[in-house]
Design a protein around this ligand. Structure first.
Ligand SMILES: C[S@@+](CC[C@H](N)C(=O)[O-])C[C@H]1O[C@@H](n2cnc3c(N)ncnc32)[C@H](O)[C@@H]1O
Length: 507
């Protein structure tokens, strides 16, 4: 019988883990209930731990993957190369949120394996581990319309892809399960209906998104084709797996442990001394809070260093249009000058020359720009040292506005008389675009700050406010930064009276 309480499940999972040949679990760590702060289970130090200590070891055999699950032996044709039913021509499977380094096949394969193991119930070798995997998720895929609305103008709402994921499940997962029902369902087990299967696919897809690892080959070993069993021998298709215990670790943008991929086992080691009571933390990468929420269903203060705001070129164009105040004919001419690969470009026959005169191939025009702080990643001990501050504006945006103003100069030389004025206009346009972008969020920076600092919001709403507030902080920094640059230009520009005084002195 399955253990019923949270603690019993943790204990039975730990006992099961220890029973695998080759596992280790350091005596100074324990699995802890962290639900009070919304972090599920985690692993905490019970005594001081020195740097470079092996905290636990997971033999590769204990990992759930296409290699280890008996499913791939029962229906090998499904997991075989090229002719397989999983072959993905249109990359739809990636919509569940897969990394670009991980092919859709890896996702589909692991979802199938996880569904198979789940349906086996007590017969699965991983049952105690499956028991501690989540049944409910805070990832954006599971938020209601009302909850998503709390994210306001954050671009993360356009990246959830629930429908695309569902289409992929129906196209690639359900047919395999239905065609091999006798394999997937143990004898006498109740068959799931289509909607139940889709729900199960969502559950497994989201578990994989938040828990699975890319199974790297042994880091020390040179790559060789023969014994490279952990990397599929298809281009860039890294195998994914569910790694028991490594995925009980929570994570943050500053962390103290690292998962090493060895030949026969994965080991988790401390990157620096860890004091008794401290949580052992892994690292998911330099993710903005919006992205962390989408993939993992939580946010942290430390991840706000990687926050991003998307700025659309359409918004920037609207600022340019308002600022230039051209009539429609002149505006149309500028837009054509800016974008069309016109005669001048053809005769110049060189991209550098064409961009010098403000012309860009329509395909070169960026639709969206990303504003971020371009912060360094943590050092080798998992710590960050740089100051949380925006230190430059998006260069690609600056370049595209500048190219546009060169086109303006061609149509109306007096509007952009020289380089200095152009630089000033670029900054004015960026600043205005950032202000307009901030105004797309219905609440202000200050209102959100009050909601958070006075604990007026909880749960999903609190996480949504943290995401949108972080984006507003970034926009405010960008507005202030552009203004400081404008002030700098102003203080360097000689006023007519200064020029006259200088002339007088040199007489
Ligand atoms: C790999 S699992 C870690 C173990 C997980 N806490 C559990 O109970 O199974 C990743 C999930 O843990 C949670 N998590 C990880 N790091 C967290 C953190 N710093 N704060 C809150 N929740 C966190 C999120 O729900 C995330 O999707």
């Amino acid at each position: 019988m399955s253990p019923s309480t949270f603690e019993d499940q943790s204990q039975s999972f730990l006992d099961w883990f220890r029973a695998w040949p080759g596992t280790t679990f350091h005596e100074s760590i324990k699995i802890q209930d962290l639900r009070e702060r919304g972090a599920g289970r985690g692993i905490v130090a019970t005594a001081d731990i020195p740097e470079d200590t092996v905290l636990f070891t997971i033999p590769r055999k204990a990992i759930i993957s296409v290699e280890s699950s008996e499913l791939s032996q029962k229906i090998p044709e499904v997991f075989e190369d090229s002719t397989t039913a999983l072959e993905d021509a249109d990359n739809e499977a990636d919509e569940e949120g897969g990394e670009s380094s991980v092919t859709p096949d890896s996702w589909v394969s692991l979802i199938l394996v996880m569904i198979y193991e789940y349906l086996q119930g007590d017969r699965s070798a991983w049952k105690p581990y499956l028991n501690v995997l989540p049944k409910e998720f805070n990832t954006l895929m599971f938020w209601s319309e009302g909850e998503l609305a709390e994210l306001q103008a954050s671009a993360i709402t356009s990246k959830i892809g629930r429908d695309e994921a569902e289409n992929m499940f129906r196209a690639k997962i359900l047919p395999v399960i239905q065609a091999h029902a006798t394999v997937f369902y143990p004898e006498g087990a109740e068959r799931l209906g289509e909607e139940q299967l889709v729900t199960l696919c969502h559950c497994m897809g989201s578990t994989i998104m938040a828990y699975a690892f890319d199974l790297e080959n042994d880091e020390e070993k040179p790559e060789s084709e023969d014994d490279d069993e952990w990397i599929e021998d298809r281009e860039g298709k890294i195998m994914m797996g569910m790694v028991p215990m490594a995925d009980i670790l929570n994570a943050d943008a500053e962390f103290n442990a690292h998962v090493n991929h060895g030949e026969d086992a994965l080991t988790v080691t401390s990157l620096r001394p860890i004091s008794a009571g401290q949580e052992i933390l892994n690292y998911y990468g330099p993710l903005a809070n919006g992205e962390l929420l989408r993939r993992y269903g939580y946010v942290t203060d430390k991840h706000s260093r990687y926050d991003v705001v998307e700025i659309s070129w359409d918004l920037v164009l609207s600022v340019l249009k308002e600022a230039l105040n051209f009539d429609e004919a002149a505006w149309g001419k500028v837009v054509r000058e800016h974008t069309a690969p016109c005669q001048a470009q053809v005769s110049l026959n060189a991209r550098t020359n064409s961009s010098q005169i403000g012309q860009l191939d329509p395909e070169e025009i960026e639709d969206t720009f990303v504003l971020d702080r371009d912060m360094d990643e943590p050092d080798s001990t998992g710590q960050c040292h740089d100051e949380l501050k925006l230190s430059k504006l998006p260069e690609d945006l600056e370049g595209q506005i500048s190219a546009f103003l060169k086109a303006v100069r061609k149509v109306s030389p007096e509007t952009v008389p020289d380089k200095q004025r152009r630089n000033q206009m670029v900054l004015l346009v960026m600043k205005r675009a950032f202000e307009l972008r901030a105004s797309q969020y219905p609440t202000s920076y200050v209102q959100d700050f009050n909601l958070l600092s006075h604990e007026k919001v909880t749960g999903r709403q609190k996480m949504a406010v943290a995401v949108r507030w972080g984006e507003k902080v970034l926009l405010k920094e960008a507005i202030d930064f552009a203004q400081a640059k404008l002030d700098e230009i102003d203080s360097n520009v000689e006023q007519p009276e200064q020029r006259a005084a200088k002339k007088q002195r040199t007489k």
